[in-house]
Design a protein around this ligand. Structure first.
Ligand code: GAL
Length: 351
C-alpha cells in the first residue's frame, strides 16, 4: 500500500516536470515565431553590382524594404553581396548569408545553368530562394517547392518592340527603308550569349518584324555583354565597314543603345536617319529618348520587380505562401512583371 502511494507521488512528480518542460519549450517556440514575425532577414545576391539595370533594381529593393518596414511594422535586415560575375564567389556568399541566419534569399544568379549548388545549400538550410532577372533552367526550378522566379517576360518586350517597328513601317516604309531598296538593313547588338533575355529578345524582335511583313536584311551583329563601351567599339567598326548601309539598330538593352548613340555622334550620323532601339528605360536611356537620339525603348520595371521581391521574400520568410499575389503563374513559382513602351510622347513619365 505504502509502496503504491510512493510510486504514485513519484509518477505525478515526473508528469509535472514533463508538463513544465513542455510549457517552456512551447513558450520558447512562440517567442521565436513572434521574433520572426517582427523581424526578417533577407539575403540579396547580385551577379554584378555595376550593371546599370541591376544597380537600379538594387536601389528600388532597398527603398521598398524601408517602405515595408514603415507600413508593416516589421524590421527588414537586407544583406547585400556582389558576386562580381563569379559563380564560385556567389556560392560562398550563399554560405555566409545562411550562416548569418537569413530567412529568405533573393538570388541574381551569375551562371543561370549552375543554380543547383545554390539550391542544394538552400534546401539543406530550409531557406526559400527567389531567383530574379537571370532565370535558372526549368529542371533546377522544379527541384524544390520553395524556389521562385521574379522577372520580366523577354518575349513580351521583344514583341512590343517589333510591333512598334512594324506599325512605323506600315505607315511609312521610308521611315525604316531609307534608301528605298525594298529591304530594311539592320544590325543587332546582343547581351550575354546565354542570358534568356538576350536569346529571346533577339529571336522575337526579328520574328515579329518578319511576321509583320517587314522585308529584312541583317548586315551584321555582335555580343556586347550589355555594355556601352563594347557596343560603341563595334558600331565604330561597322560604320567603317558598311558606310551608309545601316538603316536600323536593335539592341537588347539601353546601355548598348547608348554606346551606339556615342559612336554615331563621333561619326556625325543623324539620328533622324537611323532609328536606335533599346530595352530597360534606364535613366540615361530615357534622357536619350527625350533628346531624340534613341528612337524608343521598352520599360523594364525595376520598381515593380523590387517591390515584388521584398513583398514575396517577407511572406516566405514568415513561412507564408505567395498565393494571391499579382502576376503569379498558375504553378505559383514564376512572376512576370509587365513591360511598357517608352517613346518621346511619354518619356517624361519615366524620368
Ligand atoms: C536584363 C537587362 C540588362 C542587364 C541584364 C543583367 O534584363 O535588360 O540591361 O541588366 O538583365 O542580367
Amino acid at each position: 500500500m505504502k509502496k503504491t502511494k510512493g510510486t504514485g507521488v513519484m509518477l505525478f512528480g515526473m508528469f509535472a516536470i514533463i508538463v513544465i518542460i513542455a510549457v517552456f519549450i512551447l513558450a520558447g517556440n512562440g517567442a521565436k515565431k513572434e521574433a520572426a514575425s517582427k523581424e526578417i532577414r533577407v539575403g540579396l545576391l547580385l551577379y554584378r553590382g555595376d550593371d546599370t539595370f541591376i544597380s537600379t533594381l538594387r536601389s528600388y529593393i532597398e527603398e521598398k524594404a524601408k517602405e515595408y518596414e514603415r507600413t508593416e511594422g516589421i524590421k527588414v535586415t537586407l544583406d547585400i553581396l556582389d558576386a562580381k560575375s563569379n559563380q564560385n564567389t556567389q556560392n560562398n556568399q550563399v554560405d555566409r548569408l545562411l550562416e548569418l541566419g537569413c530567412n529568405a534569399l533573393c538570388v541574381n544568379i551569375v551562371d543561370r545553368f549552375a543554380a543547383s549548388v545554390v539550391i542544394d545549400k538552400a534546401m539543406a538550410a530550409d531557406v526559400p530562394v527567389i531567383f530574379f532577372n537571370r532565370e535558372p533552367v526549368e529542371e533546377d526550378m522544379n527541384r524544390w517547392e520553395k524556389l521562385y522566379y521574379v522577372g520580366a517576360d523577354a518575349k513580351e518586350s521583344a514583341v512590343l518592340e517589333g510591333k512598334i517597328l512594324v506599325d512605323a513601317y506600315r505607315k511609312d516604309p521610308a521611315s525604316l527603308d531609307r534608301n528605298g531598296d525594298g529591304t530594311v538593313s539592320y544590325v543587332l547588338l546582343e547581351g550575354e550569349s546565354n542570358h534568356q533575355d538576350s536569346l529571346i529578345r533577339t529571336e522575337w524582335s526579328i520574328q515579329t518584324l518578319k511576321d509583320g511583313g517587314v522585308p529584312l536584311e541583317k548586315i551584321t551583329g555582335g555580343i556586347a555583354s550589355w555594355e556601352r563601351s563594347q557596343a560603341s567599339a563595334m558600331m565604330e567598326q561597322w560604320l567603317t565597314d558598311y558606310p551608309d548601309q545601316i538603316e536600323l539598330v536593335i539592341c537588347n538593352n539601353d546601355d548598348m543603345a547608348l554606346g551606339i548613340v556615342e559612336a554615331c555622334e563621333e561619326n556625325n550620323i543623324s539620328f533622324d536617319s537611323l532609328p536606335i532601339i533599346g530595352v530597360d528605360a534606364t535613366e540615361k536611356g530615357c534622357q536619350s529618348v527625350a533628346d531624340g537620339k534613341m528612337a524608343f525603348t521598352i520599360y523594364q520595371s525595376g520598381a515593380g520587380q523590387g517591390e515584388y521581391l521584398i513583398k514575396a521574400a517577407a511572406r516566405l520568410a514568415k513561412g507564408q505562401s505567395l498565393e494571391g499575389m499579382e502576376y503569379l503563374s498558375e504553378d505559383q513559382k514564376y512572376v512576370w512583371v509587365p513591360f511598357e513602351k517608352v517613346d518621346k510622347s511619354n518619356v517624361s513619365q519615366y524620368q
